[in-house]
Ligand binder design. Structure first.
Ligand code: SAH
Ligand code: SF4
Ligand code: F3S
Length: 467
């Protein structure tokens, strides 16, 4: 396995910058970077932008204006891959108008050899392909591409520790993504992530704390800790630390900010974690705990290592310890041979938990995973009908939960202009519920108290409190 040396990469960035200043003597070349998929990918996209900036690129907002386009891809479902193929296909016309343009693909999708083969054959205008492990080597790969004028492909796996030292260009100033680990060792039978992201690698707590402190000093109001499986944080580190201990350390940093995290796997989510959320004032009273299914038989075939009962026990403990806690989850509908009674257990569970939010997916076959080999007698139309049924039940639950918030005052982190039109702002409550209200754009990026006046299924409306 290769190793990537940061210092060497920084030297390559300088070399690329020199080459670019010869190629574009009159102007700064522009880059367009788009990340598909989860927040981890978005966070990787911030690193890609940092490295491109070190290489001398500025940024633009569409591929048409760009001298380099990088699509940071996702492979989690077929639909995600189809979108990437569609968008890459569309670049052929853009490249005809701008022959010197570099088109790069990276991320989870291209870490699969057969996908890279397909791109090689069917998308000859793609110049640069690098996998998830090679992301920190972008400056050297780009150098190779510019000098050789040939296509550069590298999807090799990299050994060593979590990669530090890459500057990020962040998408938000008041919200900071902080990766705490990479990869996944769980091998849920439906999931491609462990194959494309590799084994779990935790990041040293010192580095995480350093990044959090810098973010808060820079004005960030929310820290989002990222990992495919944050509950196994620390397992492969020399230091003796687990996820709860890390949360407690971040909570001690001074300042007015919130801490959220994603994603917590129910098999390792412990009462210690709930106690930590309860005790730490900055950790939001909100838990995204993807259950996937309510059927023990399906959970077993998914290789999830928990049951309906054990999941609910943890949820009930959390409800007891933190009365205003909010739950969200991911659900897969139509796992191979999911029977009607399996699906009904899922409906029963979501009613029992009373989630505020669900992210629902129809099972998508991922080549190379064990579930792809499982027989499946359920039709696509049946799966779609179940998804609709699930959404209808959840809409009712969310609406009912939201109705209970009318009349309350919530602390909201204002993150954008509202969808309701001119003069409206939108933000998130501690429980991660969207709140819309009238207010000045200048307030974006700050905390404000909002009195809730109206409830919708998936959002609240309110009035800004004075002060
Ligand atoms: N690490 C996280 C989830 C990562 S993927 C966790 O374990 O909770 C995000 C979500 O995508 C998963 O929770 C699952 O609901 C969904 N997903 C993953 N693979 C899928 C597949 N093959 N088909 C449909 N949904 C899938
Ligand atoms: Fe995929 Fe399971 Fe790992 Fe989550 S825990 S990334 S669902 S294998
Ligand atoms: Fe997709 Fe990779 Fe994230 S497969 S969901 S971008 S880890």
């Amino acid at each position: 396995m290769t190793e990537i040396n940061r210092k060497e990469q920084d030297e390559y960035a300088i070399k690329v910058k020199e080459l670019l200043s010869e190629l574009y003597p009159e102007r700064i070349p522009l880059a367009f970077v788009h990340s598909y998929g989860c927040q981890q990918n978005v966070s990787d996209g911030e690193k890609i932008k940092g490295m491109l900036s070190d290489c001398g690129y500025g940024f633009c907002t569409s591929p048409e204006e760009a001298d380099i386009v990088i699509y940071n891809t996702c492979a989690v479902r077929e639909h995600a891959e189809a979108r990437v193929f569609g968008n890459v296909g569309a670049l052929v016309h853009v490249k005809k108008r701008n022959k010197g343009m570099i088109i790069g693909l990276c991320g989870c999708m291209v870490q699969q050899e057969e996908i890279t083969e397909r791109i090689k054959k069917s998308y000859p205008f793609v110049d640069l392909i690098f996998g998830t492990h090679m992301l920190p080597a972008l400056p050297s790969l780009l150098y190779k591409k510019i000098v050789s004028q040939k296509r550069v492909i590298d999807i090799s796996e990299v050994s060593g520790e979590f990669h530090e030292g890459i500057r990020k260009i962040r998408d938000f100033s008041f919200k900071g993504y902080v990766p705490i680990m990479n990869g996944c060792d769980n091998f849920c039978t439906y999931c491609i992530v462990p194959y494309v992201r590799g084994r779990e690698k935790s990041r040293r707590s010192e580095e995480i704390l350093k990044e959090c402190r810098a973010l808060i000093e820079g004005g960030a109001k929310e820290i989002m800790l990222l990992g495919q499986h944050v509950n196994s944080y620390g397992k492969n580190l020399e230091e003796n630390i687990n996820f709860s201990a890390l949360l407690r350390k971040i909570n001690e940093i001074e300042g007015d900010f919130r801490i959220r995290f994603m994603t917590s796997h129910p098999k390792d989510a412990t009462k210690e974690l709930i106690d930590t959320i309860r005790d730490c004032d900055k950790v939001c009273n909100q838990l995204h705990l993807p259950v996937q299914s309510g059927s023990d038989g399906i959970l077993k075939r998914m290789n999830r290592h928990y049951t309906y009962e054990s999941y609910l026990e943890l949820i009930n403990y959390a409800k007891k310890e933190i009365p205003d806690i909010s739950f969200s989850s991911d659900i897969i509908v139509g796992f191979p041979d999911e029977l009607r009674e399996d699906f009904e257990k899922t409906l029963e569970l979501i009613r029992e938990v009373g989630y505020d939010m669900l992210f629902t997916f129809i099972y998508s076959k991922r080549k190379g995973t064990p579930a792809a080999e499982m027989p499946d007698s359920i039709s696509d139309s049946e799966k779609s009908a179940r998804l609709r049924e699930l959404l209808a039940v959840q809409t009712e639950i969310s609406a009912e939960n939201n109705r209970k918030k009318v009349g309350k005052t919530l602390k909201v982190l204002i993150d954008s202009e509202g969808k309701k039109g001119e003069g409206y702002l939108s933000g998130r409550s501690e429980q991660n519920i969207i709140v819309e209200f009238r207010g000045d754009k200048e307030l974006i990026g700050s905390f404000r108290e909002v009195e809730i006046t109206k409830a919708h299924s998936f959002a609240l409306e309110g009035v800004l409190k004075k002060g």
